[in-house]
Design a protein around this ligand. Structure first.
Ligand code: AR6
Length: 185
């Protein structure tokens, strides 16, 4: 029986087998005025080997970077987790308002988590920061996509899908999305 939960926490510090990075198309770490959000924080906490691993992807399997909605895993190096699953959310500031692109971030990350046979995966509110999506839309899409995915993979991994947010407001928004979606099938 898989569990979908929300909690207040910092993705760089929580104990999950895989943490999901809200990356960008370059796959080369966060920038921007906010210190790079999840991307900047995970790279800072994981150490330079994470960027080296991303650079290796750029010179081999992901020469053009990572497409919006796609995902790829690297080891997590100095983070408490074993894996970082990088995904690129749609950027509302660039007119990327297609909810299926955001749903794909969650579904593709779960596909990769299943292949890695992890027990737990922790997601941030992808696209709800620098990429400008309303938290309520992200929560609804995140919960709906993960719930549908888990219903289609009843006996597989991951058993624990955690949404990790920074403070009370997004937690309440995810709580409402979880309650209105009903129990995980
Ligand atoms: N733990 C949990 N949640 C966090 C953390 C953390 N340590 N840090 C931020 N958040 P964002 P995006 C929340 O901007 O919108 C980067 O520069 C944050 O408050 O990280 O997909 C990338 O390189 C927000 O609610 O991701 C891209 O260029 C949510 O996580 C761009 O930002 C996502 O915020 C991606 O923007």
């Amino acid at each position: 029986m898989s569990a979908l939960t929300v909690e207040i926490g910092d993705l760089t510090r929580i104990e999950a087998d895989a943490v999901v990075n809200a990356a960008n198309l370059t796959l080369l770490g966060g920038g921007g005025v906010d210190g790079g959000g999840v991307d900047g924080a995970l790279h800072a906490a994981a150490g330079p080997r994470l960027l080296e691993a991303c650079r290796r992807l750029r010179s081999t399997t992901h020469r053009d970077g990572l497409a919006v909605g796609d995902a790829v895993a690297t080891p997590a190096f100095d983070l408490p987790s074993s894996w970082v699953i990088h995904t690129v959310g749609p950027n509302l500031h660039r007119g990327q308002d297609d909810p299926t692109l955001l749903a794909s971030c969650f579904a593709r990350s779960l596909d990769i988590a299943a292949r890695l046979d992890v027990r737990s995966i922790a997601f941030p509110a992808i696209s709800a920061g620098a990429y400008g999506w309303p938290m309520a839309d992200v929560a609804r899409i995140a919960v709906g996509t993960c719930r549908t995915w888990l219903a289609g993979h009843p006996d597989g991994s991951p058993q624990q899908v955690r949404f990790v947010v920074l403070d009370d407001r997004p937690r309440e928004v995810f709580d409402i999305a979880l309650r209105s979606a009903g129990p995980t099938p």
